[in-house]
Design a protein around this ligand. Structure first.
Ligand code: URA
Length: 213
């Protein structure tokens, strides 16, 4: 496999791979696609938060006093790229219920495949926060780059990008524009087709989450 360097984290845990394979099947219903996405998002969240800073706190168990660890610092911000990113939020918020959420609305111009922004709303105090931008598919990379350009302008402490599926083209585009942004993905597929879809992929993630096709 190509070596994409330290800023590409391929989450190859058997549970992640099993659920992803079930989601890819064309016969998976909207209901099971959503449920699997929710479960996968929790597992991916576990990986993307692995290096979150902790602080020691003194607590009392029913038996004695001890020093435990708790997550430190200002709350994490999950930035969902609309609309498919929304499908990842639920699962991640189950694991990190205190996270703040930002939204960025982008659609792909079907002719140019470039990202066009129609909505942008972030929590306050972004300079003190760590950000994870989420979108199930890192395909051309244009939406991811556009979203990260906007988030970066707010100068957060760090930015990561979390998806389920990507391909060599998407990784190259994102790494070129934002080499410091770590990408977390469950799979690197073969290629993009002429319409900017990932092959073999799982189809249109938004349509499969919301049952709009
Ligand atoms: N967006 C999707 O939903 N699917 C792809 O394959 C590529 C982009």
């Amino acid at each position: 496999m190509t070596d994409y360097g330290p800023n590409l984290h391929l989450v190859d845990h058997p549970l992640v791979q099993h659920k992803l394979t079930l989601m890819r099947k064309k016969e998976a219903s909207t209901n099971s696609f959503r449920r699997l996405l929710n479960e996968l998002s929790m597992l991916m969240c576990y990986e993307v938060t692995r290096d979150m800073p902790t602080q020691e706190v003194e607590i009392e168990t029913p038996l004695e006093t001890m020093t435990g660890k708790m997550i430190d610092g200002k709350k994490l911000v999950l930035v969902s790229i609309l609309r498919a990113g929304t499908g990842i939020l639920d699962g991640m918020l189950t694991v990190v219920p205190g996270a703040r959420v930002g939204h960025i609305g982008l659609y792909r111009d079907p002719k140019t495949l470039q990202a066009v922004e129609y909505y942008f709303k972030m929590p306050p105090d972004m300079t003190e926060r760590d950000v994870v931008v989420v979108d199930p598919m890192l395909a051309t990379g244009n939406s991811a780059v556009a979203a990260i350009n906007r988030v970066k302008a707010l100068k957060p402490k760090s930015i990561k990008f979390l998806c389920l599926l990507t391909c060599p083209e998407g990784i190259a585009t994102l790494h070129k524009a934002h080499p410091e942004v770590a990408i977390y993905t469950a799979a690197i597929d073969r290629q993009l087709n002429d319409h900017g879809y990932i092959l073999p992929g799982l189809g249109d993630a938004g349509d499969r989450i919301f049952g709009t096709q």
